[in-house]
Design a protein around this ligand. Sequence first.
Ligand SMILES: NC(=O)c1ccc[n+]([C@@H]2O[C@H](COP(=O)([O-])OP(=O)(O)OC[C@H]3O[C@@H](n4cnc5c(N)ncnc54)[C@H](OP(=O)(O)O)[C@@H]3O)[C@@H](O)[C@H]2O)c1
Length: 335
Amino acid sequence: MEYIADTERYGKMKYRRCGNTGLFLPIISLGLWQNFGKETSIEIQKQKLHKAFDLGITHFDLANNYGLPANGSAEENFGKILKDGFGKYRDEMVISTKAGFPMWDGPYGDWGSRKYLISSLDQSLKRMRLDYVDIFYHHRPDPGTPLEETMTALADIVRQGKALYIGISNYEEIETKKSIEILSELKVPCLVNQIRYNFIERWPEEDLFDILGSSGVGCICYSPLAQGLLTNKYLSEIPEDSRAARTGTSIAERYFNDKNMLIVKNLNEVAVARGQSLAQMALSWVLRKDEITSVLIGASKVIQIEDNVSILNHLDFTEDEIDTIENILKTDDDI
Ligand SMILES: NC(=O)c1ccc[n+]([C@@H]2O[C@H](COP(=O)([O-])OP(=O)(O)OC[C@H]3O[C@@H](n4cnc5c(N)ncnc54)[C@H](OP(=O)(O)O)[C@@H]3O)[C@@H](O)[C@H]2O)c1
């Protein structure tokens, strides 16, 4: 049956301006890193994208290498779904992709050279069957390539009309400042930095948020649920249908330890007292900061998208709640 979007969708979401640019993003964006490759049926993927759009999520985040277990399969699947009726809403969507991690063999399929970035975006556009993306990101800083080369390639991509805006991702403070300066000189301003930020990974609080805020650059926070750790699903066991139970994922290695499990248990009590799930509280907490434009979630099920969007009814925190959370997050490493 032909997909027709919910006519009430824009009343179901809040939108924040991305830095001081003209672009608004939904406070919740949907990422296609996992659950949109070969491990999930195209029908389920379609249901999730349609539900997200019906709930006012206009921003879909991809990268050249997304899609387990095959690089590029998330972009291919997204292209198929666009062609199959979703694409008639193209002008109401912000579609992002990236290059920067290993993508193909040889010296031109990785990092930040002009050669890699331009070829990779051309491939991404073909896979998604698009003429342009809204945001093209350099996915991670490249210590070997001059930043001027990477930033000039990004600016040229905008001038060629293959991307409307430029983003950086995983750039720390100094690299962020320099990139913003170079792009500003090139008259193609940096739109956004996309970084990992959640209850247990808080390095951007030191300086990065201030740098982005004072430069008028937006901020998108990925893995706000620490890939699912910051939900109540792992409190007693590893469910069979969870990311931690799937091969080829990094959640267990990255996050599962006694300290984090104790933090999750204690945060869950705060969430219950607030009348929210832990996942909902984790997303609301990230969004408490004005510098943050959007939280970028992943979802294996349609219901997770619905649950996460319902935070719009309860984004605020009392001072007591914030203090209690801070105390929980101070849990020692040697518990
Ligand atoms: N720029 C970068 O370097 C970078 C790196 C990583 C990610 N990203 C972007 O960020 C996006 C999100 O990353 P992420 O997948 O790590 O985000 P996340 O939101 O922290 O984790 C997503 C996982 O959490 C679980 N989940 C989500 N909502 C839930 C709910 N309401 N209740 C219970 N469980 C829930 C699901 O796990 P189950 O599968 O267990 O159900 C889901 O797959 C990616 O798709 C990608 O677009 C960017």
